[in-house]
Design a protein around this ligand. Structure first.
Ligand code: SF4
Length: 758
């Protein structure tokens, strides 16, 4: 049990303050009621405001913790990869096998043949992939990926435009907005800070006009919005350009702000007005592209420009497309030209980290005095990457941002890299995968190719809590405990002023261990003796906390189960730059918001232009492929899972139908009725799911929530309904993942038709 002082209620139940720490958009307080070593109930934050209250997923956590499907002991594969046939091993046997293969691969092929695939399925400052990453680094290094499916397009756009990823405001500032545009943003499901929905409700009650731009009538649109504007997927950049056209042609832009704080407006104006390509980006031009009426576009542009301060909050989903960074850049530019940046009630659309608590502790303290010449490669603690040149299209010349080394492979190309190696232009021939907290087979694009890739490796080890699709492809599966079974600190997912101390509520179930414990036992088998692995969990957490200026007292945080940092005023990104431009500049090369980005201009690539543009791609709605596959697929987030985590929780499954959303007009012409089994397919694969026939999705679009578990049957049909069986594995030039850019066809399953005719 924790060394903190748990509360006792008036029975024999102990209340342990802990929390939920998934990759969901939240990070929330849970109070575990523990009786006889078992959690019998959860309640959430009942303390002082702001309350960090859990959603249904956290409150249902007991069914995950005590699920009969939890992995109980180490396993070794005895059937074909993916067959799910395993035998029980002791920990000593399992770790000996892992160590033997790591040493064998290193000796024969070198460290670059070891592919490390960390994921977000098991999180915290301490637990999850942190320790295995350190272990493999000390073992001589590994090949890894760059790019995160959720946000890479938004991150790239933030860096290009503002020079930083910290762009958003704290949610209490929504009360200062006269208008809020939720663009591809569905916080009712994706949370984006546990306080978001409360403040949206308050803003609406306060009379703030809220508009949702989204192909779906989402839970957020239904709950908060005065107006829903359905838009064709992948065309957001066109609508943003058309809104800019209205603002420019009607002089609704903020001249002073543009002159003082931005560079490149004239180049953008030339694009919008069509001076460089002969096409004026008017609302009439945008209407057939976006399927949004020209009048609606013009009205929204006028309302946003005239209702200052207003918050245009561009969600990440529309940037999870084939040219996703153009949408995210376009939204940021609209915020800038209306002068809505750096002021209360406005919003700088971008990556969104208003506060820096998201940053976890670094295991190896950085030396701030060390000067780095990034053009000669960024020194890396991972020996395999050390000295590698920046990856293509990297914004490495900006301070901060992502690591620019090229030894990594874009995550969407991992399967291709495994299958083709150096001969395919990748930096390594990959022979084994060390997978931690990642159901990568499910969550990376193109799952069928992923299964093929995993089957081709010499050795695969997986740290997991459940027998996921990925774990089924492992040679060794090591059972990992959950955040109820260990101590940790949960930093907020987006960056907000609080920390949750996750006090251990119960002992580890079955034979499960933390990732750190596994590494402690693996280290000597690999001949490693790092001090880190000799430290206790609490000592490491104290070390992390000591490096955070905003955690003044670790013991109080531990005892109280968290720390809420009081802010004197709402957090407003770039407030200092706008208040005092003489002394505070934006961290771009120009020191201003870059509407025309110098680093992008340097790249001289039409697919990643210096000003944001609407661009098509090989799987867009207007390409020849759409003749065969006429529907656009969305792969959005479900409120009953966090990506593929929490898939097997009955309480959550009862909350929401998991069918594929399809508009009645698209269903009717295919003979599909609500609840039918349908096949959704393209050249990459075929999934079988139930149909949810609804007007909540626009015609021409079908939605499958990502995260359902990949489960191909003997015919290769994924009857688990994994959306990534259908998605494209080719990143945008800026690294965005094209998960919302797949074309598909839909038909009733044969079985359905037979049932109907008999
Ligand atoms: S799933 Fe996320 S939002 Fe829900 S309780 Fe857990 S941390 Fe909070």
């Amino acid at each position: 049990m924790s060394e903190s002082s748990p509360e006792m209620d008036n029975s024999d139940t102990t209340i342990v303050s802990t929390g939920c720490c998934h990759d969901c958009g939240g990070r929330c307080i849970l109070k575990a009621h523990v009786k006889a070593g078992k959690i019998i109930r959860f309640e959430s934050d009942t303390g002082k405001a702001p309350q960090i209250r859990a959603c249904a997923r956290g409150r249902a956590y007991r069914q995950r913790l005590y699920s009969p499907q939890r992995l109980q002991y180490p396993l070794r594969r005895v059937g074909a990869r993916g067959s799910g046939k395993f035998e029980r091993l002791s920990w000593d046997e399992a770790l000996d096998v892992v160590a033997t293969h790591l040493k064998r691969i290193k000796t024969i092929y070198g460290n670059s043949a070891i592919l490390f695939l960390p994921g977000a399925g098991n999180q915290g400052m301490l637990h999850g992939p942190t320790a295995p990453g350190l272990l493999l680094t000390q073992f001589g290094g590994f090949t890894r990926y760059w790019g995160i499916p959720s946000y890479e397009g938004a991150l790239f756009a933030s860096m290009a435009t503002y020079g930083t990823i910290r762009t958003g405001h704290s949610r209490d500032d929504l009360m200062n907005s006269r208008m809020i545009i939720m663009w591809g943003w569905n916080p009712a499901n994706t949370i984006w800070d546990p306080e978001t929905n409360l403040w949206l409700a308050r803003a609406r009650e306060n009379g703030t006009r809220i508009v949702a731009v989204d192909p779906r009538y989402t839970d957020s649109a239904a709950t908060f919005a005065d107006q829903w504007i359905p838009i064709r997927p992948g065309t957001d950049a066109a609508m943003l350009a058309a809104m800019a056209h209205v603002m420019i042609s009607e002089s609704l832009f903020d001249r002073n702000f543009i002159a003082k704080y931005t560079v490149g407006f004239d180049a953008y104006k030339d694009y919008v007005l069509g001076k460089c390509d002969g096409t004026a980006k008017t609302p009439r031009w945008a209407e057939p592209i976006t399927r949004v009426p020209a009048q609606t576009i013009a009205d929204l542009a006028r309302a946003y420009a005239k209702s200052k301060p207003s918050a245009l909050i561009a969600g990440w989903g529309p940037a999870r497309t084939a040219i996703g960074e153009q949408y995210a850049r376009g939204a940021a530019v609209l915020c800038a030209i209306t002068g809505n940046i750096g002021i209360n009630g406005g919003y700088a659309s971008g990556f969104m980290r208003a506060y820096s608590s998201r940053e976890t502790g670094h295991l190896i303290k950085k030396d701030p005095s060390r000067q780095i010449d990034k053009s000669k490669g960024i020194p890396s603690s991972n020996p395999v990457e050390n000295g590698a040149l920046p990856r293509p299209n990297s914004l490495y010349k900006l301070s901060g941002g992502t690591n620019a080394t090229s030894a990594r492979i874009h995550q969407s190309k991992i399967w291709d890299a495994i299958l083709r190696g150096r001969a395919g232009g990748y930096p390594a021939d990959l022979k084994m995968a060390y997978i931690v907290a990642s159901n990568c087979l499910n969550q990376y694009p193109n799952s069928n190719r992923g299964a093929q890739a995993l089957k081709s490796l010499e050795f695969v080890v997986v740290h997991e809590q459940f027998m996921t699709a990925t774990a089924r492809h492992a040679d060794i599966v090591l059972p990992v405990n959950t955040f109820m079974e260990r101590n940790d600190i949960a930093p907020p997912w987006l960056g907000s002023p609080y920390y949750i101390y996750l006090n251990k509520a119960v002992d580890s179930l079955y034979e499960s261990k933390s990732d750190l414990e596994i590494c402690r036992e693996l280290a000597p088998r690999l001949g490693l003796s790092a001090d880190f692995f000799k430290m206790s969990d609490e000592d490491i957490l104290r070390m992390f906390a000591s490096r955070r200026k905003d955690i003044p007292d670790f013991d109080t945080m531990q005892r109280e189960g968290g720390l809420k940092i009081e802010m004197a005023e709402p957090i407003v990104a770039f407030k200092d730059q706008v208040r005092d431009p003489q002394n505070k500049s934006f961290p771009t090369l120009s020191g201003k918001i870059e509407i025309d980005c110098a680093l992008l201009a340097e790249m001289d690539n039409a697919r990643i232009p210096a000003v944001p543009k609407y661009l098509g791609h090989s799987e867009h709605y207007d390409t020849p492929l759409a003749q065969t596959y006429p529907l656009q697929l969305l792969t959005t987030h479900s409120k009953i899972r966090t990506h593929s985590t929490l898939e097997q929780v009955p309480w959550l499954q009862a909350l929401e139908c998991q069918g594929a959303w399809i508009h009645p007009s698209d269903a009717q012409c295919r003979g599909i009725t609500d609840g039918d089994r349908i096949d959704i397919f393209n050249d990459r694969g075929r999934i079988r799911v139930n149909a949810y026939v609804t007007e909540r999705i626009m015609p021409g679009v079908v939605n499958v929530c990502q995260g359902a578990w990949y489960a191909p049957d003997d015919d290769g049909v994924d009857i688990g309904g994994c959306a990534n069986t259908l998605t494209l594995d080719e990143p945008s030039p800026g690294g965005a993942f094209p998960m919302n850019s797949a074309l598909v066809q839909v038909e009733r399953t044969q079985q359905n038709q037979q049932e109907k005719s008999s």
